[in-house]
Ligand binder design. Sequence first.
Ligand code: UDX
Length: 406
Amino acid sequence: MTGACLAEMGHRVRFVGRDTGKLDAIRAGKSPIFEPGLEELLVKNRERIETTTDIADAVHRTDLSFICVGTPPHNDGSSDLSQVETVSHAIGNALDTWHHTVVVKSTVLPGTIEEVIIPILETESGKKAFADFGIASNPEFLKEGTAVQDFFHTDRVVIGTQDPRSKELLESLYSPLQVPVFSTTIRVSEMIKFASNAFLATKISFANEVGNLCKEHGIDSYEVFAGVGLDTRISPSFFRSGLGFGGSCFPKDVGALIAHAKDKGVDTRILSSVIATNDDQPEHMVSLLQKHLPVRDRTIGVLGLAFKPDTDDIRESRAIPLIKSLLNAGARVIVYDPVAMDNFRHLFPDLTYASSPTEVLTADAVLIVTEWKAFETLDYRGKLVIDGRRIRKAREEAAVYEGLCW
Ligand code: UDX
């Protein structure tokens, strides 16, 4: 993603990876992931884009290396750094006589660059960080589905480095975007990423907790948070209550922060509750449904499997615990998603995968899990709908309608 956007800014970019299928796709101007606008950038900037499996070759021919590999969670929530370490060994090994800057975009906990990555780079290269080669933290704040738009119109770019040369290089790289650049130390930069995601996740769980209470009062939490959000100290965004958060970042990053804090002997009661509240929402949806229709031996339709619209990503999607809960309660489940069904099939091969959303509406009840635009145009008349994402047409038309927090 970052590479395609940098190419769009006029830079020559070499994508390095092990998966030759993905590299071939990039070279052919095909996006290896579903991300609106990405393919257009790959096609448009083809002549500036090269791909290779050879890290050393890429390091030798470029000024900056961005480490963008995953940091998936271990079972205890802590970050698995093995991919970051492998790449650091290879980059360190390739660091040569001229000045090269290594930029860490992967989400890594405070201290990782200084305690893990720099020692690897120095040992492999026999050189000194900040003197012989540059190193910086430059976390990613892109949202899936709007990543291209977010890159070019971000609220801020964060650059963490003690190295004036790398700082200048990165500041000039991002300066055409004309967005605020926050320059700081490496550790602060690493923490900004985690604190940002943890705060946004907290905001959502807070909205869900208050939203559940609103529901008991028969009031609309969206109206409540529209009023709350007018306070400029608070802001109205990320207050959409409902089924909770999924995706590759919020659950993982909050989990990693909790595990890290535990290591450091710091209590994170708020963050643990953020996860607990999030875990409860799918169960809460099934309870609402059961009030209207005991689900045993009934067919329940699920609209949306992706963790949010405009992506085929199902990682930590709320659809997963929701469907498990429905199956445990004895329901038959029919599902539809515009792009995420293939991914979901790997996890749940035995569900009924509908060929259209209309087919899902033939079920005894319908649960709305992802707010795809297409779901705004369906005919919900006569249906029993439990809505986790606030689809206006369903709200207006369904015979029986329950919003999760409204
Ligand atoms: C998030 C961060 O927003 C981004 O800055 C970071 O780089 C990566 O993680 P992403 O996971 O792509 O981005 O999606 P986002 O739009 O933040 O949504 C995450 C989850 O929260 C989704 O499941 C979404 O449905 C949910 N959400 C979001 C809510 O439930 N309510 C909201 O108000 C906003």
